[in-house]
Design a protein around this ligand. Structure first.
Ligand code: PLP
Length: 379
């Protein structure tokens, strides 16, 4: 891969290197620079790229292409979904059901909706598990909508969304479910999102695509009013000229993953080997029962996260202290506290994340550097 020699990169949950297919699609789309809304041949060429990508994303989700809308980031897509659902579902209830460990792109819009009068119920996610009784109690309330991430970006825990769907049905609650699937998209086997959610957020730069492209899956029956008004692009949901090169690269990255099945087994092998080696070196691995194959959260006893991060960075090894967006305030990271890490564990915690292309040699160098960093600080 073109970029693999620059860094020893263990921060793919923050962003991935673009895959070769995405690079190629990007360059080719730069030459088809028409505006997809234009009626001439250049516009039609650009429009074709857009629709090819829509088909690729739809086939990965298992939905129809007209249930996919493009955005510029997962953050923008989730904001649109949440503020839109709040508006269209207000008359059905004032309760929003979510978890205590959502990404800020969901957490912050919900905080704002709470200030505006919604009652936001945050389900606990201790050890990466939802509590069935807690969900059942919440479903008896007038729920406007649900927003629960499929996999946590810091701990890698996969939350049981089918369970939420089942309980909602059993309790006769018809609230739509939004799912932030940014980390889980194409990293879980047989992941049929439409089977358990009505709206899902996806982001290109976590799967080998480019920054600047993301999508919402929106089941046909769900109404989401637009946040951005203007030229009416994306069927009126997201005005603004689409970022065709980034979206073309998104489609190419999705197709590449669909072709090789995402090589999930390869990531599982890396995950297990890293956990095994690091545990033997006295480093604590936090292993949720149900987890993503590409995220391993660890604590290096007695060593502050920032210290490990900087020591590794000096060797051009990239890791993260919590999620990239919140790495500056690790001490009061609500996600790690929600998972159940102690203050000491949270303050020394590091997220390792990788791809199917991460090599055995890269893992060996990472483990060596982590072991060394831990020893140096203690001496
Ligand atoms: N949701 C989760 C779980 C994430 O990890 C991220 C990014 O780290 C986002 C949403 C935001 O996506 P984007 O960077 O495309 O705005």
């Amino acid at each position: 891969m073109a970029f693999s020699n620059l860094y020893l990169y263990f921060d793919s949950a923050a962003t991935t290197a673009p895959c070769a297919e995405a690079e190629e699609a990007l360059l080719s789309a730069l030459r088809r620079y028409g505006n997809p809304s234009s009626g001439h041949c250049a516009g039609l060429d650009a429009k074709r790229l857009l629709e090819d990508s829509r088909e690729a994303v739809a086939s990965a989700v298992g939905c129809s292409p007209d249930e996919i809308r493009f955005f510029s980031s997962g953050t923008e897509a989730s904001n649109t979904a949440l503020f839109g659902l709040a508006k269209s579902r207000k008359r059905f209830g004032n309760v929003i059901l979510t978890t205590d460990s959502e990404h800020p792109s969901v957490r912050e819009p919900l905080n704002l909706l709470e200030q505006d009068g919604f009652r936001v119920l945050r389900l606990s996610t201790r050890n990466g598990m939802l509590d069935e009784r807690e969900i059942r109690e919440a479903c008896k309330l007038p729920v406007a909508f649900v927003s629960v991430m499929q996999a946590n970006n810091e701990t890698g825990a996969v939350y049981d969304l089918p369970l939420i769907r089942r309980i909602l049905q059993e309790e006769g609650c018809r609230a739509p479910v939004h799912c932030d699937a940014v980390q889980s998209f194409l990293k879980i086997r047989n992941n049929r999102l439409p089977a358990f959610c009505d709206v899902a957020t996806l982001s290109a730069h976590k799967i080998g695509g480019m920054k600047g492209a993301a999508a919402l899956y929106i089941r046909k029956e769900i109404r989401i009013p637009a946040l951005l008004l203007g030229g009416g692009q994306e069927s009126g949901l997201r005005s603004g000229t689409e970022a065709v090169p980034a979206i073309a690269a998104f489609g190419a990255a999705v197709r590449a993953k669909l072709r090789d099945g995402g090589r999930i087994a390869a990531m599982e092998v890396i995950h297990d080997r890293l956990a095994d080696r690091l545990t033997k070196a006295g480093i604590r691995c936090h292993l949720p029962e149900s987890r993503l194959p590409n995220i391993l959260h660890i604590s290096v006893p007695g060593v502050p996260s920032s210290w490990t991060l900087n020591a590794l960075s000096a060797k051009r090894i990239c890791v993260s202290a919590g999620s990239a967006c919140s790495s500056r305030n690790i001490k009061d990271n609500p996600v790690l506290a929600a998972y159940g890490l102690t203050k000491e564990e949270a303050e020394s915690s590091i997220r390792l994340s990788f791809t199917e292309n991460t090599t055995e040699e890269e893992c060996r160098l990472l483990c060596e550097a982590l072991t060394e960093a831990a020893k140096l600080k203690r001496s």
